[in-house]
Design a protein around this ligand. Structure first.
Ligand SMILES: NC(=O)C1=CN([C@@H]2O[C@H](COP(=O)(O)OP(=O)(O)OC[C@H]3O[C@@H](n4cnc5c(N)ncnc54)[C@H](O)[C@@H]3O)[C@@H](O)[C@H]2O)C=CC1
Ligand SMILES: O=C([O-])CC(=O)C(=O)O
Length: 329
């Protein structure tokens, strides 16, 4: 058997962790033939619960699971990590926006950015799921000067998957018919799910829908506010779907995404589409060989421009707020 890939997961005893760990261990992240060593980080009071989760992982006798280590010290848990899934953070509750978590969760990502910088493997790739995900990724990246900036990403794949599901239901097509969905901007209520470049069975999705009012007044708010709707219905924030999207995002990044399609990832802006350089903003990207490229050359009309700009403005505000808090230099 080859050397196990070390996959670190933070917040491993939480709701998302409870779904995510089992899917990684069963081979859904890296394939059933790639051995995985899990490195699980929690805060000290949650270690006992985490021990219980590890007992359950043992009890699954997953063939690809080569080992599990747990701990509360990121310097130890991240040692040699090839992949880091930063999930651990306080989730929002009813009535909060994700941005309300900036201060509470920001401190976590300074410490974890530093620990990754000093201890992770040279090829580490980092996915931030913990909210506010884009700005937490920015904080981690800013505190890890030795890790190339393109190794940091934040999760907007859940929004992307939600947008696919809503569109598929509207046009009565299977989700497999939908390609080239894009989420632009922040993983927040300002995000812009874009139907003008998406396709249904090869046809432009906005044309296939043929209903600008639905697109504007139903589709965009439904996708953008889906997280709040789940909290309202379930009493706690989305977990299994967030774990599933974390797998989709990271698997596609590591192993490559489908030809003739693209995925949405929040990555460091290089200035593409007028998004201020340095912000972690969601773009359409293609992935191959463990890297990504922002899809270039899409025409952005005034409707889309205004929505992208609004979400990017919010990201700039979040960046300014965490700069004031001293979380980034
Ligand atoms: N980007 C996205 O699409 C989504 C993001 N989320 C976010 O993911 C995060 C986790 O959500 P849940 O698992 O539901 O929350 P949870 O509260 O069930 O679990 C979070 C876990 O993180 C742990 N934790 C807190 N501080 C930590 C630290 N410094 N190091 C390691 N672990 C730490 C907690 O002890 C807890 O076990 C939240 O911020 C939530 O808002 C949730 C859904 C979707
Ligand atoms: O809405 C929340 O707080 C959790 C989340 O990020 C989502 O479900 O998209």
């Amino acid at each position: 058997m080859s050397t196990p890939v070390k996959v670190a997961v933070t917040g491993a005893a939480g709701q998302i962790g409870y779904s995510l760990l089992f899917r990684i261990a069963s081979g859904e992240l890296l394939g059933k033939d790639t051995p995985v060593e899990l490195r699980l980080l929690e805060i000290t009071p949650a270690l006992k619960a985490l021990e219980g989760v590890v007992m359950e992982l043992d009890d699954c006798a997953f063939p690809a699971l080569a080992g599990v280590q747990i701990g509360d010290d990121p310097d130890v848990v991240f040692d040699g990590a090839n992949v880091a899934l930063l999930v651990g953070a306080r989730p929002r509750t009813k009535g909060m926006e994700r941005g309300d978590l900036l201060e509470a969760n920001g401190a976590i990502f300074t410490a974890q950015g530093r620990a990754l910088n000093d201890h992770a493997a040279d090829d580490v790739r980092i996915t931030v799921t913990g909210n506010p995900a884009n700005t937490n990724a920015l904080i981690a990246m800013s505190n890890a000067p030795d890790i190339p900036t393109e190794r940091f990403s934040a999760l907007t794949r859940l929004d992307h998957n939600r947008a696919i599901a809503q569109l598929a239901a509207k046009v009565g097509a299977p989700v497999t018919d939908i390609r080239r969905m894009t989420i632009w901007g922040n993983h927040s209520a300002t995000q812009y799910p874009d139907l003008f470049h998406a396709e249904v069975g090869g046809r432009n999705a906005a044309e296939a829908v043929g209903d600008q009012s639905w697109l504007e007044n139903t589709f965009i708010p439904t996708v953008a506010k889906r997280g709040a709707a789940i909290i309202e219905a379930r009493g706690s924030s989305s977990a299994a779907s967030a774990a599933s999207a974390t797998i989709d995002h990271t698997r596609d990044w590591l192993l490559g995404s489908a030809q003739d399609d693209w995925v949405s990832m929040a990555v460091r802006s290089d200035g593409s589409y007028g998004v201020a350089e340095g912000l972690i903003s969601s773009f359409p990207v293609t992935t191959a060989g463990g890297g990504y490229e922002i899809v270039q050359g899409l025409e952005i009309d005034d409707f889309s421009r205004a929505r992208i700009d609004a979400s990017v403005a919010e990201l700039a505000e979040e960046r300014d707020a965490v700069t004031k808090l001293g979380l980034i230099g």
